[in-house]
Ligand binder design. Structure first.
Ligand code: AP5
Length: 215
């Protein structure tokens, strides 16, 4: 099963992708997580990506496409994977389509679009707290940690992600509408698009996705 998650920043792609990956036992590949890990480790890629991410812009396709194409060629992706945050532009989608076609004539099986209007997004992002240690994500109202301000998984102090400050979220939404929303049409034409209402609670969204993917 080869799956991609579409949706605005903060729509809940990561939350659902982790659960889908666990249920179907496939790797969860998040380009945002890959970039954040590189920033944390101060790699060349991290240094290049940081300025774009902090500004709410997209990292250039030239830094993103090869990274993902290489990742999905690895052994653990043989039975499928879930891409979270990639593709994000038409050129990225075209690069992915071409890479799959070249590899074994396959294609993406499901594009799940988690639909959430902008006004919900802004509220959600203000409440998101992230662990800089292990990357776990929480929400002050909808998914609070057991102990206030502390990660359940690794015990580090939770932070508001640099790009979750309101002015950067506004920029990310603008970029989403311009560069990423056209992918809804792209995957619609490919016949693999499914849209779920991401304003429902996390369990309901997950149930809607499972009913699309099957047990
Ligand atoms: P990335 O990390 O991918 O950010 P994003 O797409 O903007 O998505 P988020 O991680 O912010 O949100 P999400 O949809 O996963 O929501 P979540 O589940 O956390 O990318 C960061 C940056 O990296 C980009 O801006 C860009 O610069 C760069 N980048 C990454 N990929 C790239 C690419 N392919 N090309 C170029 N640049 C790239 O949920 C949000 C909050 O809401 C959480 O607190 C959660 O607990 C809560 N929540 C989730 N679901 C619900 C629900 N149903 N009800 C209530 N609360 C909910």
């Amino acid at each position: 099963m080869k799956l991609i998650m579409l949706g605005a920043p903060g729509a809940g792609k990561g939350t659902q992708a982790l659960r889908i990956a666990e249920k179907y036992q496939i790797p969860h590949i998040s380009t945002g997580d890959i970039f954040r890990a590189n920033i944390k480790n101060n790699t060349e890629l991290g240094k290049l990506a940081k300025s774009y991410i902090d500004a709410g812009a997209l990292v250039p396709d030239s830094l993103t496409c090869d990274l993902v194409v290489d990742r999905i060629s690895q052994e653990d992706c043989a039975n499928g994977y879930i891409l979270d945050g990639f593709p994000r532009t038409i050129p990225q989608a075209e690069a992915l389509t071409a890479a799959l076609e070249k590899k074994d004539g396959s294609a993406i099986d499901f594009a799940i679009n988690v639909d959430v209007p902008d006004e919900h997004i802004i509220k959600r992002m203000q409440g998101r707290r992230t662990c800089p240690g292990c990357g776990a994500s929480y929400h002050l109202a909808y998914l609070p940690p057991k102990k206030e301000g502390v990660c359940d998984v690794c015990g580090e102090a939770l932070i508001l992600r640099q790009d979750d400050h309101p002015e950067t979220v506004a920029k990310r939404l603008e970029v989403y509408h311009t560069s990423t929303q056209p992918l809804i049409d792209y995957y619609g034409k490919a016949g693999v698009l499914h849209t779920v209402d991401g304003t429902k609670d996390m369990e309901e969204v997950f149930a809607a996705i499972i009913s699309i993917l099957g047990d």
